[in-house]
Design a protein. Structure first.
Length: 114
């Protein structure tokens, strides 16, 4: 029959929770644990925000994204920026058209096309 192996103890540093743990070490561990808990909560909040942003993009609630550091932002449109304009012009009962410098019509309405 095998004999149980006993763990060697280090009298200079007792295992956590054993008698002999100094109050300073316990306070340090509690402080570190609190800091890690706060960091975990912050990371979870950031992850939740990222998931909500992705869901908003997927569901069509987002028209464009503003990306970049302050003063260097760039706007990325997820759909053509002229679509709302085209819908309004197409629904007009009055004649309207956008004419290029070369004289070609870009967005004629039904009225102006007659």
């Amino acid at each position: 029959m095998a004999r149980p192996v006993q763990q060697a103890s280090n009298p200079a540093r007792p295992a956590a929770g054993q008698a002999g743990e100094s109050g300073a070490e316990g306070a340090e561990l509690a402080e570190e644990s609190g800091a890690l808990g706060a960091e975990l909560a912050e990371v979870r909040a950031q992850l939740r925000e990222a998931y909500e942003t992705i869901e908003a993009i997927r569901s069509g609630d987002v028209d464009s994204l503003v990306i970049g550091p302050p003063g260097q932002e760039q706007i990325y449109a997820l759909a053509s920026a002229d679509r709302p304009y085209r819908l309004i012009v197409a629904a007009m009962n009055e004649g309207a058209a956008t004419i290029s410098p070369g004289g070609s019509s870009w967005t004629p309405t039904r009225v102006s096309a007659r």
